[in-house]
Design a protein around this ligand. Structure first.
Ligand code: FAD
Length: 381
């Protein structure tokens, strides 16, 4: 990636080059296309991340991790997002989502039971918050958790749960006090091998190597120590990870912009029309300039926000801005990339896949509209 490095440290450059080298070996372009076509989880690449220790990156040293800063993680996720959104999403499902919920909210006993497996790749997780009648309105859920002696019984339905069909455990949001709104939410780590659990893969536009699922809980019994945080304290747990999640989705989108430009450039270099190379038409070359500006601004907002978070700033507005700008830029860049490739971009191939993948960023992890609400409300509007 011959682009600005925003004062990356030597270690960050090494990390980026190392993980990209690894991914080029275990997940070459033909394998990415195969996984997309066959809708398969990137198993070999995930194992390679585990074997090379990368699944420990986000955790505290005290929990066996590498204590990565926001910027370290942004560099890493940008590289994975550039290589293949499927491996980026798979990494985040466990190492950032499930793993950090466990690290930050789980009991010592639960951490002792699961954290090592999450870091060595033997345990994979996913997050199950969205429901058929409640997506953006995360407190409007209906899935119930009811105490039964020392256990909890979970019943209800979730939807759009990435990688649920591949996960060993799900972080599940539930209502433990149905009349208390946000104050009635609790989070649990649910073992997907329990009777009463079912995941049914869906048919999404993109994300085909990390399928979304409908998930059903039919009186799933789980031990009391699977509670994450306090009973009815789930809202606080959900909010705690938002800044990191949003800046990392922005980083992934920035990586997507870089890949789109590369694919489009490779195509245009060899393509002739009207006796000229395509790039000689100003209407085409300007689209490249636009893609470059989209990529540059996506990266600028990402790394500026990561630096603010590392400096301990509140940065709620900036993480919302980073996610909106970078994900919308990713989709605009994919649209331009497809246009400069003509029908070759529209039929199955890298650009078509990148276009499909780019669309998810503006919906998952807080829609562009909800984030605009956050930005405006913090402006006092
Ligand atoms: C690729 C992908 C992966 C996903 N992975 C997961 C996952 O692993 N786990 C999980 O739990 N969920 C996951 N989701 C679901 C995601 O979290 C939800 O799609 C998201 O929260 C929006 O909810 P919704 O789709 O129900 O849309 P809704 O909330 O119903 O919104 C529909 C539209 O209305 C707009 N809208 C809603 N409320 C407002 C408002 N107050 N102001 C302005 N506009 C509003 C939204 O912005 C959107 O445009 C995933 C989604 C995608 C696309």
């Amino acid at each position: 990636m011959p682009y600005s490095t925003f004062d990356f440290t030597e270690e960050q450059v090494l990390m980026r080059d190392n993980v990209l080298g690894l991914m080029n070996r275990v997940l070459p372009p033909e394998k990415i296309a195969e996984l997309d076509r066959e809708r398969r989880f990137p198993r070999e690449a995930y194992r390679a991340l585990a074997e090379n220790g990368w699944l420990s990156l986000p955790y505290d040293k005290a929990h066996g991790g590498m204590d990565a800063s926001h910027k370290d993680l942004a560099v890493f996720i940008e590289a994975l997002g550039y290589h293949h959104p499927g491996i980026r999403v798979s990494f985040m499902s466990t190492a950032v989502y499930g793993g950090l919920y466990l690290q930050n909210l789980g009991s010592d006993a639960l951490k002792a039971e699961l954290l090592t497996g999450m870091q060595d790749g033997s345990i994979r997780t996913a997050i199950a918050f969205s429901e058929p009648d409640s997506g953006s309105d995360a407190a409007g859920i209906r899935t119930r958790a009811v105490r039964d002696g020392d256990d909890w019984i979970i019943s209800g339905q979730k939807v759009y749960v990435t990688n649920a069909h591949e996960a060993d455990y799900l972080v599940v949001s539930t209502k433990t006090d149905p009349d208390a709104g946000r104050r009635g939410l609790s989070l649990f780590m649910v073992d997907t091998a329990q009777p009463g659990f079912e995941a049914r893969p869906m048919d999404p536009l993109g994300s085909r190597s990390t399928l979304l699922n409908e998930v059903f809980f039919d009186d799933v019994r789980i031990p009391g120590n699977r509670l994450l945080g306090a009973v009815n304290g789930g809202w606080h747990g959900l909010m705690r990870g938002l800044n990191l999640e949003r800046v990392l989705i922005a980083a992934a989108a920035a990586g997507g912009c870089i890949k789109i430009i590369e694919v489009a450039k490779n195509f245009v270099r060899d393509r002739q029309a009207f006796g000229k190379n395509l790039g000689e038409f100003q209407a085409v070359s300007h689209k490249f300039a636009d893609m470059r500006m989209l990529m540059e601004t996506a990266r600028l907002v990402t790394y500026r926000t990561a630096a603010m978070l590392d400096a301990g700033e509140d940065a709620v507005t900036e993480t919302a801005i980073a996610k909106v700008v970078a994900t919308e830029n990713n989709f605009k860049a994919a649209d331009l990339g497809m246009q400069v490739m003509g029908a070759a971009g529209y039929v199955q191939g890298d650009m078509q896949r990148l276009f499909r993948e780019a669309r998810m960023g503006m919906i998952g992890g807080g829609t562009s509209e909800i984030l605009r609400n956050v930005i405006a409300s913090r402006m006092g509007i």
